[in-house]
Design a protein around this ligand. Sequence first.
Ligand SMILES: Nc1ncnc2c1ncn2[C@@H]1O[C@H](COP(=O)(O)OP(=O)(O)OP(=O)(O)O)[C@@H](O)[C@H]1O
Ligand SMILES: [Mg+2]
Length: 485
Amino acid sequence: MTLAETPNNTNSSNPFLTLNYESALESLGHDYYDEVAAAEFPQHILRWRNDALLPRLGLNPQIVKDEDFITAFGQFKGRKPLLALRYHGYQFGEYNSQLGDGRGFLYGQVRASDGQLYDFGTKGSGRTPYSRGGDGMLTLKGGVREVLAAEALHYLGVRTSRCLTMIETGLSLWRGDEPSPTRSSVMVRMGSSHIRFGTFERLHFFQRPDLTKKLLDHVIEQYYRHLVADKDKYALFYAELVKRVAELVAQWMAAGFCHAVLNTDNMSITGESFDYGPYAFIPTYDPYFTAAYFDYYRRYCYSQQPSICQLNLEMLQEPLKAVIDQSNLEAGLASFGEYYQAEYRSLMLKKLGFEQLPYPEADELLQMTIAFLQNSQVGYHQFFYEMARTFSHKWRDEPAFVMNDSDIVPGLGSSTGFDNWCVLYHKILNNFDLADMEKIAKNLAVYNPKTALLRPVIESTWESIAESDNWQPFYDLVQKLQSGY
Ligand SMILES: Nc1ncnc2c1ncn2[C@@H]1O[C@H](COP(=O)(O)OP(=O)(O)OP(=O)(O)O)[C@@H](O)[C@H]1O
Ligand SMILES: [Mg+2]
């Protein structure tokens, strides 16, 4: 990664400006957005380019220059209109009608090689009519943290937006939660849609069922395309959204991820995860682990995530009632728990090495694993990684051999439930043939990478940047996350 200051670059040669942009959202009309102008920054230093995304845009990373990123996504040359999207949302349970893209806009929409429509959405690109008292900016640390979260989650199998690029912009910002003045950045996110639950909630607030229906038709056409011709498309849309969200939360939970701010303006109508602010990966299994320091009542703590997302889906029924029968909405939501449990069970079994197990055994193993992780407070990610690192077919011979080469076993007394867990794991292994052990070892390795994006890891990466402008640890960390190392 080279650092590049802005040279002259003509629009016609910039591959980002000649992408085949579609105006799906723009064509809905001005009820949904405001046209805005981007901020002009004193400096543009490319800090992150996500080359892994470029082939999906039909671009060869080798021919895309750093300056192409800068002119397109730091200077915002040659692209119009830039649309600040309008939305409201429930924030910590309170309805907020003063929201909307306050520091970002929809830069453009592009159909990727998978045939899906993607949004390029900015963060930190200047003030808009929705900035309220804010400066419209993103801190550099905020940009770094969002890049890292998205990459980590993506490679852990979570359905997430990604950051296409992040550019340092040379401003000094003042923030209550960072030593200030602090450096600034602008980030461009590639996600399936920036239409939020709160986008619909705003239309309900203004009592516009006509606009709700128009937006819903748009959402189904673009993001639930297989339902378009179905006579029950509205009911089926909601039922599928419930499934997507339930599965997404299960993915977070298995990954040990706490999003931190599950307000309805941070919930995507496509069921994709995005907006990585004060998030954290859990260090140990603590149901009450709360990532945001301002979440005084632990509303969005780790174990509350499924029920909060279910509640957000329930609140979304209010605007959707303009189009979808109440009975269909209720029937759709009723399956949330089932979808969640099925996905969570499946993902956790994979982390434990198994494609599947018979139900009673699977549930017993999961319950025992969670109870042990909670009682022992052994590192959540470390435990699974140690399973992967030390797995041996010898574990089939004796319960005492299970994980006996692991660094974390000394000190785990029987009171933590570890001994009983070993007995059960040993018993389950003996239901498999010796030939299956390789597959189990492979699952353990694939689903439990060594590098976990724990807070100390992020902080030490940030320290190198803050203290000596050394970006190598950041690039090394992204590389590790991407390679599952
Ligand atoms: N520095 C800022 N200046 C102006 N508005 C801001 C600023 N920070 C946050 N906001 C606005 O406050 C609201 C909540 O912010 P939140 O952090 O959830 O969103 P965001 O992170 O800015 O954007 P996104 O949800 O797209 O990731 C949004 O309306 C956002 O635009
Ligand atoms: Mg947000």
